[in-house]
Design a protein around this ligand. Structure first.
Ligand SMILES: Nc1ncnc2c1ncn2[C@@H]1O[C@H](COP(=O)(O)OP(=O)(O)OP(=O)(O)O)[C@@H](O)[C@H]1O
Ligand SMILES: [Mg+2]
Length: 490
């Protein structure tokens, strides 16, 4: 993004280190000399006795301003200036004349488009000032031209960049970025794919962190509205009046602090999609207004008496049980039915542990890339632990866990159990403990011994060798042998 600005900066700082070139054309040598005397101190002065020589200099040299005599044999001053306009249109043109001939002044101004008309004899200081001003305006106009070019280039670049970012966003929210091999997620994809091509209102349900936001965006960016905007509003985050003004806009003066008209998100999302997150948190008044948009496609800004038509696709989400809210009279039934034309219900991560390995690797890849790390994967024990955690924060919690682990990984190659959060390991141990039947015997040593005996026997039976059994149990082979002797296992 910095290049266009750099170009503009460069243009601006291009100062006039070299003096401007001034071309004087007059058939009278004495006039040329005296003009040169007036200007030579501050500028690079070129002189010519006739128009033809003047034009040759104009082609050859860097000339910012010409001063030409009106009356010359062969080519007149006006004719000369016409040539200048044709060849170097931005050169500043001044004309000299010996007598105040109104017709020739008029002609010079109309045809020659001169900057200034200088009458002989001239006052040297006045002429110097005139030339200085003229050149300032020349500098400004060349700077403007360069700025305009730079701006046009910057605009082109921005347009390209905008298009690129749009494609990036589309790619980021494509269906294939949503991970889920489990049958429950496959059913979700089926519904999403069908519904993306339609304008049907969608209600997305699911616990926190299950991907409601992600799914809403994927539906928008995979459908015919993707060129228009996707806007999201969390309906639980704002008091009613503010939420109303966010969604529907307001007229100036509609309430204290409304200093100007403001467009609402429904208008901003025209032809696109609006995502109403946490729809279950809306107050009754807001529910009525939302029902009106869904039924008539009409909005009315706060403080306005007129309604406006909008063409907006609505996707809503909630982590509450809306059906229950309807039964309890906290949510309008008619609105509920309008919203759930299509319902997508995202399963919690607990209900689909088979998705955890793919998700974990997906987030590991993302974190590796973001943090410039090269962790190769997870140890079996770490993956087992990840797959058995309760994940009350669902995919978001898993994502955060992996990001944290990668950030703290140092130069480890694999993610091991010891790198995972303490609370996960604790939760895992608690789950494991709950699944062990606690023996009734009073003697703890005896109870522990019988558990050890059972575990060793099973490990040997399942692995077929003492070495592998010791490995599985996480103890050295010698310890296993000693333990077997003491427990009298043959
Ligand atoms: N199936 C998935 N595949 C890949 N990433 C996912 C998936 N589901 C969720 N995520 C990621 O998990 C994070 C949480 O998802 P998202 O914000 O969509 O959840 P949510 O349901 O809107 O949560 P909340 O109710 O708290 O708003 C995001 O970073 C999202 O990209
Ligand atoms: Mg969300």
């Amino acid at each position: 993004m910095s290049e266009p600005t750099d170009a503009i900066e460069a243009t601006r700082s291009q100062g006039s280190a070299r003096p401007h070139g001034i071309l004087l054309v007059d058939d009278e040598e004495a006039i040329l000399e005296s003009l040169e005397l007036t200007l030579a101190e501050d500028y690079e002065v070129f002189t010519a006795n006739n128009g033809r020589d003047g034009l040759a200099i104009l082609e050859r040299e860097d000339v910012s301003l010409v001063i030409v005599d009106q009356v010359m044999p062969e080519m007149s001053g006006v004719e000369f200036l016409e040539q200048v306009i044709e060849r170097k249109p931005r050169t500043i043109r001044m004309m000299l004349t010996g007598y105040a001939d109104v017709t020739s002044i008029v002609r010079a101004i109309n045809d020659g488009r001169i900057y200034r008309y200088i009458q002989k004899p001239w006052e040297p200081d006045e002429l110097r000032l005139d030339v200085k001003r003229a050149l300032e305006s020349f500098e400004l106009s060349s700077e403007n031209a360069q700025l305009a070019d730079a701006l046009a280039a910057a605009n082109d670049k921005l347009r390209d960049e905008n298009l690129y970012l749009r494609r990036e966003v589309e790619r980021q929210y494509a269906f294939d970025q949503i991970i889920g091999e489990s049958p429950a997620m496959q059913r979700v994809f089926d519904v999403m794919e069908k519904v993306a091509q339609t304008d049907a209102t969608v209600l997305i349900g699911g616990e926190t962190g299950t991907g409601k936001d992600l799914v809403a965006r994927a539906i928008h960016y995979s459908g015919p509205r993707k060129e228009a905007r996707f806007v999201a509003q969390n309906c639980g985050a704002l008091p009613d009046t503010l939420l109303e003004s966010e969604l529907f806009g307001h007229k100036r003066g509609a309430f204290t602090g409304a200093h100007a008209d403001k467009k609402g998100l429904f208008e901003i999302a025209d032809h696109g999609t609006i995502f109403l997150d946490e729809i279950g948190e809306t107050e009754p008044g807001m529910q009525v207004r939302l029902l009106r948009v869904l039924q008539d496609g009409e909005i009315r800004p706060l403080g306005s008496s007129e309604t406006r038509k909008v063409d907006v696709r609505v996707i809503a989400a909630t982590n509450r049980d809306l059906r229950k809210a309807v039964d309890e009279g906290r949510f309008r039934e008619d609105l509920y039915y309008r919203l759930r034309v299509v319902e997508v219900s995202l399963p919690s991560l607990r209900e689909r542990p088979e998705d955890i390995p793919a998700l974990a690797h997906h987030f590991l890849d993302l974190a590796n890339e973001r943090m410039n790390r090269e962790l190769k994967g997870f140890t079996n024990a770490a993956m087992d632990l990840l797959c058995s955690c309760p994940w009350s924060g669902n995919v978001r919690e898993l994502e955060n866990e992996i990001e944290r682990t990668v950030a703290l990984a140092g130069d480890a190659e694999m993610v091991g159990v010891e790198m995972l959060s303490e609370h996960l390991r604790a939760a895992h141990d608690a789950v494991m403990a709950a699944s062990i039947e606690i023996p009734r015997e009073e003697d703890m040593n005896q109870a522990v011994d019988s558990l050890k005996r059972a575990m060793i026997l099973r490990a040997i039976e399942e692995t077929g060798s003492k070495t592998r059994a010791a490995e599985r149990l996480g103890i050295p082979r010698q310890s296993l042998q000693k333990m077997m002797k003491r427990l009298e296992i043959e």
